[in-house]
Design a protein around this ligand. Structure first.
Ligand code: ATP
Ligand code: MG
Length: 385
């Protein structure tokens, strides 16, 4: 049983969002068999096909569907109190055997059912107390909350719900391009904006031989983790060596990183436009490094004509790490392969850059040619979910 989340706040276009959520869910469950889907009010019943089904995998996949606030594994049974009382101790055994306290909650969308909610709670509670002698009732802080839901056609029993992935259905907000490095932050930024419904195109700058194939492989692996939630992602790998060498040869050292970032943003925009992406996404967080001070962000953004989303901007590093762990990217991000940002890092980077200084420094570069070459050498990869 899946609970629809934030999109219940939508008005007339709610249907469109629900359709997008269903499409994503169906796509994710399809490899596991032919499921049935019943949506009523804000609850989606997902009914498994007959036969051997990997329910653990199905559950894990449902937890990666954006737009859901809760996911429960439930038993569907006949709408009869006798059947519910017979099945409850058997179905809930695993959850209750290791719990000390519990409570029962009941919900009836079928008001004609013979018992009302308090009566259902009382009789199921009594039955469970009989069956599990060690259990006690705690209505305030129970270890397990048993839910009995009496719906139109069936009754459902479960031992509480896990938090869903939240956000809005995949792809419902349009397209944006994520600038992805092999670090901790950008995969988290990608996931956060995908969770707001953005369909992702990814852009990665590679500087061989300064950066290795393994650094690029790492980006593929990170995106594969994000794609488990966000769906298929197209990745564009941009050759960046020539640009970085030109910056090193012709620009003042203290401005290397900022000039590099401004060129990255220009190239990312060109790729974004070509693929109908309406915004850029980065993993920048205010003040985290010299190129992310307020002044540095201002001069970087100066070259952008489309919005730049930085979902980590106000986050602490530990908050980002927590998300990275929960989406499975952290262990990949900490593999030690160098990113192009750390090639030619100045010893004393400018933290309060002036736009005019950067513009003068950049005039020493043949930017049109560097960018045209980089775009011509860009390679597309497809990361499947
Ligand atoms: P991350 O952990 O994402 O690498 P970071 O804190 O290390 O971020 P920087 O290396 O300064 O910060 O990069 C800031 C942002 O610029 C990254 O979050 C990412 O969006 C983008 N970026 C950095 N390096 C690359 C790259 N090689 N290719 C594409 N985007 C990049
Ligand atoms: Mg980085």
């Amino acid at each position: 049983m899946l609970k629809i989340g934030e999109l219940t706040l939508k008005g007339l276009n709610r249907r469109t969002f629900e359709d997008q959520l269903l499409k994503d869910l169906k796509q994710k469950l399809k490899p596991l068999g032919n499921w049935q889907f019943v949506l009523s009010q804000s609850t989606l019943q997902v009914i498994p096909p007959d036969g051997e089904i990997d329910m653990n995998e199905a559950y894990a996949r449902a937890l990666r569907v954006f737009g859901l606030s809760g996911v429960s594994r439930a038993l569907r049974c006949e709408k009869s109190m006798d059947v519910i009382l017979e099945k409850a101790p058997i179905y809930l055994e695993n959850d209750l055997a290791c719990a000390r306290t519990f409570k029962v909650e009941a919900k009836r969308s079928d008001k004609s059912f013979s018992l009302n909610s308090p009566q259902i709670c009382e009789s199921v509670g009594e039955k469970l107390l009989d069956a599990f002698a060690h259990l006690q009732v705690d209505v305030h802080h129970p270890d397990v909350t048993v839910m009995v839901e009496i719906r139109e056609q069936f009754a459902f029993l479960h031992a509480g719900q896990a938090r869903g992935a939240g956000g809005l259905p995949a792809g419902s907000a349009g397209d944006a391009a994520i600038l992805i490095s092999g670090g901790i932050d950008s995969p988290v930024a990608a996931w956060m904006m995908a969770r707001r419904g953005l369909r992702l195109t990814a852009i990665h700058f590679a500087s061989p031989p300064y950066t290795s194939q393994r650094a690029e492989d790492k980006v593929h692996k990170l995106l594969a983790k994000v794609a488990r939630y966000a769906g298929r992602i197209e990745l564009y790998v941009v050759p960046f060596t020539q640009t970085q060498e030109a910056i090193q040869a012709h620009c003042p050292e203290d401005l290397f990183t900022l000039i590099m970032r401004r060129v990255m943003m220009r190239l990312a925009q060109a790729i974004a436009k070509e693929h109908r992406c309406k915004a850029l996404i980065t993993g920048e967080s205010l003040g985290q490094v010299a190129s992310q001070t307020l002044q540095a962000l201002v001069v970087t953004e100066d070259v952008c004509q489309i919005p730049v989303f930085r979902p980590l901007i106000g986050m602490d590093k530990n908050d980002a790490i927590e998300i990275a762990r929960s989406i499975g990217t952290f262990d990949i991000s900490i593999e030690p392969y160098q990113d192009c940002c750390t090639v030619f890092t100045p010893k004393h980077p400018r933290t309060k850059p002036k736009l005019a200084q950067l513009q003068i420094a950049e005039s020493a570069l043949d930017l049109d040619k560097l960018m045209a070459d980089a775009l011509a050498g860009t390679r597309k990869h497809v990361i499947e979910s």
